[in-house]
Ligand binder design. Structure first.
Ligand code: HAM
Length: 414
């Protein structure tokens, strides 16, 4: 029964058999967040376009090429959110969260949208889970959010994960460094890819991300900001590293690490997984001490991360079996369907998962269906008012008191 309609390019349906692994992941994330005091927050799926232009940065690929932007009927420009941090900072300001005890620790999970070229692990609608710790510049906060993601990946059993750590320094330090980097790139312009060459003065850091062979050669001898870190920036980076060392979290310092968003300052990090192809990053983030001010608030340091739910699921590549049902209620006579329904409801209220036939099957058909949906026991309501209980794993069957079927199923605790 094919339809001419399909899910739009780069999007996908989450079918029940996939929803189970996803549900397990979401529950594990909620538990990790809650144990560390990261309260859930939800923001709208779309925002004013200007929020992302301002927050994510006009020179980024996300803003230049990847946003789903549309005009509403009031001619306002809106954009499906490509990421969550700008929205959360907007909410922090809009709801006066700076008046709360700082830092404010928030967590989230939901759909995000980027108009990227679809491939395994890269979609146009995808899902992220993330955490933001707003209102402190302590390296403890950097270490805490890194450990949240590291704990979650370990708890889920994601194999082959490596943590890469870098620092971009403060905005001022970065400005000085960027001048050095631009000079290096200009000196080797002829060897760079067209894309990198055109953006030397707009976004030189992205040259570190290039796949182009010539560009990679130039970047191998480029100055890195990590080796230029000084004063408080250097101290901050060292403290984050010491905290991770003390907690036994393994990482590799990667001086060439850059990220696709403009708001980062100081710490940046990336969790990559060797079981994924080209889209190997399961999650990442960093500190963004200037973002809230950029959005009109007072200077407010913050740090956070987001992880791609689909990428974690791809890396896990696991099938979570269906839970099955505790009971299926079969009727020997169609007249008994009303009783079967009442019993199913009573069982469900008692915490027992129970189903009944909704399709008018014969008794034989009902037993077959019970087996197919993985029912552990079938309660058979007989035409003479008696009842039978059949254990579907052993095949054992016995007569039961028709007035005490709930007790029978709950072990007498009802
Ligand atoms: P991001 O690196 O752009 O950071 O995205 C975070 C994660 O989302 C990536 O590591 C990846 O797993 C997943 N992801 C991104 N794009 C796609 C896509 N098209 N398809 C599937 N998965 C994708 C941020 O979004 C920042 N807001 C992270 C952050 C929070 N920084 C500070 N706080």
């Amino acid at each position: 029964m094919a339809s001419k309609f399909q899910a739009p390019r780069g999007t996908f349906d989450v079918l029940p058999e996939q929803a189970r692994a996803r549900g397990r992941l979401e529950q594990a994330a909620a538990a990790v967040f809650s144990r560390a005091g990261y309260e859930p927050i939800a923001t709208p799926a779309f925002e004013d376009t200007a929020l992302f232009e301002r927050g994510v940065g006009k020179s980024t690929d996300i803003v230049r090429k990847e946003m789903f932007t549309f005009e509403d009927k009031g001619e306002r420009s809106l954009t499906l959110r490509p990421e969550g941090t700008a929205s959360i900072c907007r909410a922090y300001l809009e709801h006066g969260m700076h008046k709360l005890a700082q830092p404010v620790k928030l967590s989230y999970l939901g759909p995000f949208f980027r108009h990227e070229r679809p491939q395994a692990g890269r979609y146009r609608q995808f899902h992220q889970l993330g955490a933001e710790c707003i209102g402190t510049d302590s390296p403890l906060a950097d270490a805490e959010v890194i450990m949240l993601l590291s704990d979650l990946l370990a708890e889920l059993g994601v194999p082959g994960v490596e943590l890469r750590l870098g620092s971009l320094g403060s905005f001022e330090a970065r400005r000085a460094y960027l001048e050095d980097l631009k000079a290096h790139l200009h000196a080797h312009e002829g060897e760079l890819s067209k894309d990198v060459r055109e953006r030397i003065d707009i976004n030189p850091l992205r040259a570190f991300d290039s796949d182009d062979e010539g560009t990679r050669g130039v970047m191998a001898s480029a100055p890195t900001i990590v080796e230029q870190l000084e004063g408080e920036d250097a101290e901050h980076f060292e403290e984050v590293r010491a905290l991770l060392d003390a907690a036994g979290v393994a990482y590799a310092v990667d001086p060439t690490l850059v990220r696709g968003l403009d708001y980062y300052t100081r710490t940046i990090f990336s969790f990559v997984c060797d079981r994924l192809g080209a889209q190997s990053e399961v999650g990442g983030g960093g500190r963004y001490d200037g973002l809230i001010e950029q959005l009109g608030g007072k200077p407010t340091p913050a740090v956070g991360f987001a992880a791609g739910i689909e990428r974690i699921l791809l890396a896990l590549d696991e099938e979570v079996p269906a839970a099955g049902r505790d009971a299926f209620i079969a009727v020997a006579d169609p007249e008994l369907r009303g009783r079967a329904m009442a019993l199913a409801v009573e069982l469900r209220h008692a915490g027992v998962s129970a189903e009944l036939d909704l399709a008018g099957r014969s008794l034989k058909g009902q037993l077959k269906h019970a087996d197919r949906i993985g029912a552990r026991r079938v309660l058979i309501l007989e035409a003479d008012g008696s009842a039978q209980v059949r254990d579907m794993t052993t095949g054992e069957q016995h007569a039961a008191d028709p007035g005490k079927l709930v007790e029978e199923m709950t072990g007498g605790e009802s």
